[in-house]
Design a protein around this ligand. Structure first.
Ligand SMILES: [Zn+2]
Length: 133
């Protein structure tokens, strides 16, 4: 079992594309093309890590929560202020209700989001949805 970065390296795909279907970020929401994309069976041999799925789903839901009021994914100069305000509100809610620092950059690499944190959130979906809206 390997994580997404290692799988991308082994499949010789960019870490910005899906190693299974080669979809880029801009193609991910194109449901019609998703149904007809070719699946690279070779890439399936590396499996899908449950822990990585938890982390990715957690981060995705968190980032959707930050953008709920914006209704767009792309953060621009015009919508940066309401985005940052909502992000701070969500982070404060997580800190107050669960005692965890969510999505805080770590010096040198990544953020505070990890598998432990993701598992805690999915163990309490009612509180998670209450915080994220
Ligand atoms: Zn894919």
């Amino acid at each position: 079992m390997v994580d997404g970065k290692v799988c991308s390296a082994l499949c010789k795909t960019s870490s910005m594309t899906c190693p299974i279907c080669n979809a880029t970020i801009s193609k991910m929401n194109d449901i019609a093309s998703a149904r007809s994309r070719h699946i690279d069976n070779e890439s399936l041999q590396f499996g899908l890590s449950v822990l990585q799925a938890y982390i990715r789903c957690f981060k995705c839901l968190l980032h959707i929560a930050y953008r709920l009021e914006l209704k767009v994914w792309k953060v621009t100069k015009e919508n940066k202020e309401p985005f940052e305000r909502k992000k701070r509100t969500v982070q404060a809610e997580f800190k107050n209700k669960m005692g965890l620092s969510v999505d805080i950059p770590k010096s040198g690499f990544g953020t505070t989001n990890d598998g432990y944190m993701a598992r805690r959130f999915f163990a309490n979906p009612t509180l998670f949805s209450e915080i994220t809206g």
